[in-house]
Write a protein that binds this ligand. Sequence first.
Ligand SMILES: Cc1cc2nc3c(=O)[nH]c(=O)nc-3n(C[C@H](O)[C@H](O)[C@H](O)COP(=O)(O)OP(=O)(O)OC[C@H]3O[C@@H](n4cnc5c(N)ncnc54)[C@H](O)[C@@H]3O)c2cc1C
Length: 426
Amino acid sequence: MTSVVHVVGAGLSGLSAAVRLVEAGRTVMVHEAASHAGGRCRSYHDPQLGMSIDNGNHLVLSGNGATFAFLNLVGGREAVAVHARAEFPFIDLSSGERWTLRINEGRVPWWILDPGRRVPGTQATDYASILRLLSARPGTTVSDVLSCEGPLYERLWRPVLLAALNIDPKEADATLAAQVLRETFGEGGQACRPVLARGGLSDAFVDPALRFLKQRGAVVRYGSRLRRLAYEGGRVVGLVLDNGSIPLTPGDGIILALTPKAAADVVPGLDSPMDHRGIANIHFRMECPVGMPRLTGVVNGLSDWIFAHPGRISVTISAANPDVMSRRELAHQIWTEVSYVTGRYMTGLSDAPPPWQVIREKRATFAATPGAARLRSRTRTEFRNLFIAGDWTDTGLPACIEGAIRSGEKAARVAMETNRLAAKAP
Ligand SMILES: Cc1cc2nc3c(=O)[nH]c(=O)nc-3n(C[C@H](O)[C@H](O)[C@H](O)COP(=O)(O)OP(=O)(O)OC[C@H]3O[C@@H](n4cnc5c(N)ncnc54)[C@H](O)[C@@H]3O)c2cc1C
């Protein structure tokens, strides 16, 4: 009988595990609790705006190798747009100053030497301070090793690290922050070009993966929440799901690609970070003014990043405290900032916002603190046929698309290796 790999969770980590398994000819069954795939990275129809939007603005970078390998494999590559250059327009709302960070292509960071490319108000020598972060030891926070004040911090390191780690950088794990900088600035502009889904996250990441799985015979079951795993003799012998139980044969494997809490609920003794940070996205239905950049970084505002999407302007607030103000207050306050930023490109904007929507994901990402870094799960568990994936596992990256995809690929690889070794054993 053919052995089956059960992948539980159809977010990007589960989908990436599943596509790698079917690519290698394995029989795969995916179990997803929700009525749709994509988890925290998906599109949906928003009735208030009358259009399809993403659950949150997602940015990836051209250096995210696993992400591009995944997109190429499933056929989603054409559904993302890669900016021609690593350029990031910024505005400081307290001074009204605007500038564009322009990172040169290669690894030697000569952009730092050019006042027209670096952050205004900084000197080239200021940038050397980041070397202390790059050699940070485990257990330290960013503020232990980097001065968290001054124009360079406020206008560059804070917005970059806040976006990447979704936590106030001062309390963020320094080694994680350093890894982000190594994989981005350390690789030069070629790795830092912004990448955005043209028609939404599902169109690029989720739907092509589901088609890929279907064409290769994988089954994806929705409304299929895992309630319990049955263990015996050091392995999992059964899944108890909302829509029935499945006994496992000796060659079968399981990859759990769940949230940390859902995984910890079914695996005894599993380490997992439980502290989370939110993200708020505020969407305004409107045509974007001509000339407005696809992405603008905001300093000294409530907004962190303003995205110009077709027919919609959308604002991200990272590490957002969801209860700090009402949805209406938030929409109105953010609209004031958007009006100011877009006022450069168009006139006649009303004081009242156009149709808006506020989406607050309370548990958007695990809190990337040194404490959480110690709790990130490994791929293997003490049970021979049970493997763990997810952006919160030990990927070496903060919670992100690249980390989720890497974790799924790794879980698929380890599950297949383990299965091969078990089959060879006398
Ligand atoms: C608002 C927001 C903005 C973000 N912005 C960015 C960004 O700009 N760039 C970036 O790289 N990343 C960003 N991220 C992070 C990125 O979305 C995540 O890292 C990634 O989607 C996580 O994928 P995952 O598969 O690990 O987890 P999830 O997407 O959470 O998948 C877990 C899946 O398991 C399912 N599930 C849970 N419990 C059960 C159960 N018991 N049984 C069966 N199924 C179950 C869930 O329904 C879900 O589908 C953002 C996230 C949010 C929320």
